[in-house]
Design a protein around this ligand. Structure first.
Ligand SMILES: Nc1nc2c(ncn2[C@@H]2O[C@H](COP(=O)(O)OP(=O)(O)OP(=O)(O)O)[C@@H](O)[C@H]2O)c(=O)[nH]1
Ligand SMILES: [Mg+2]
Length: 183
């Protein structure tokens, strides 16, 4: 039987959350920007190899609009999430500086060991390589409390690293569920 998992994607407005989810689940990219109001849902059925077994996983991705400012509303959306993607825009430093706040928000609701990936999106554009160094440093700082935290650069436009992001977060979620079943 297929397992169902819930993954949330968060980050500042316009960093490319909806675009990344759309490209992954529907296979196309759109240049125009239409801000997500509240939350949007997309589903994807995938096959994940775990401990030598192939499992069918139905991933529901909750794409939470970056302008959803009310913390209570956001925490309602986050409830029950098993994995989290925190997105920033490699060409927008302030969106990276806000990642720590997004991280705090998420771990307040879901605990510190929830599988999380930090993602620098729009790698198809020119960006200052320093921003990647800062993001890797932040990931390292968070690793003692969240040992499996990952960092990627992606492009929702070209699809660079897109499959890895979603496959690896689902593997992390399944591994965590499996670990918690061991008495
Ligand atoms: N070049 C490039 N543009 C991108 C990429 N990802 C998103 N964009 C563009 O950036 C703009 C914002 O993308 P969205 O996916 O709507 O951003 P969002 O994070 O969902 O924004 P909110 O819903 O307001 O929180 C759009 O014009 C996209 O076409 C990317 O990887 N590369
Ligand atoms: Mg959006």
């Amino acid at each position: 039987m297929a397992m169902k998992i819930k993954v949330c994607i968060l980050g500042d407005p316009s960093v490319g959350k909806t675009s990344l989810v759309r490209h992954y689940t529907e296979g196309y990219f759109k240049e125009n920007y239409l801000s997500t109001i509240g939350v949007d849902f997309k589903g994807k059925t995938m096959r994940v190899d775990i401990c030598g077994q192939t499992k069918e996983v139905i991933m529901t991705i909750w794409d939470i609009g970056g302008q959803t400012l009310w913390a209570t509303v956001r925490s309602n959306y986050l409830n029950g999430a098993q994995g989290v993607l925190l997105l920033f825009d490699l060409t927008n430093k302030s969106s990276l500086l806000h990642i720590r706040d997004w991280y705090m928000d998420v771990t307040r609701v879901l605990g510190k060991t929830v599988p999380i990936s930090i993602i620098g999106n729009k790698c198809d554009l020119d960006y200052n390589p320093n921003i990647e160094v800062i993001a890797m440093d932040l990931t390292k700082q968070l690793r003692p409390e969240n040992p499996n935290i990952r960092f990627y650069i992606t492009s929702a436009k070209t699809g660079t690293n897109m499959d890895q992001v979603f496959e690896e977060i689902s593997m992390d979620v399944l591994n965590k569920i499996k670990g918690s079943q061991i008495p």
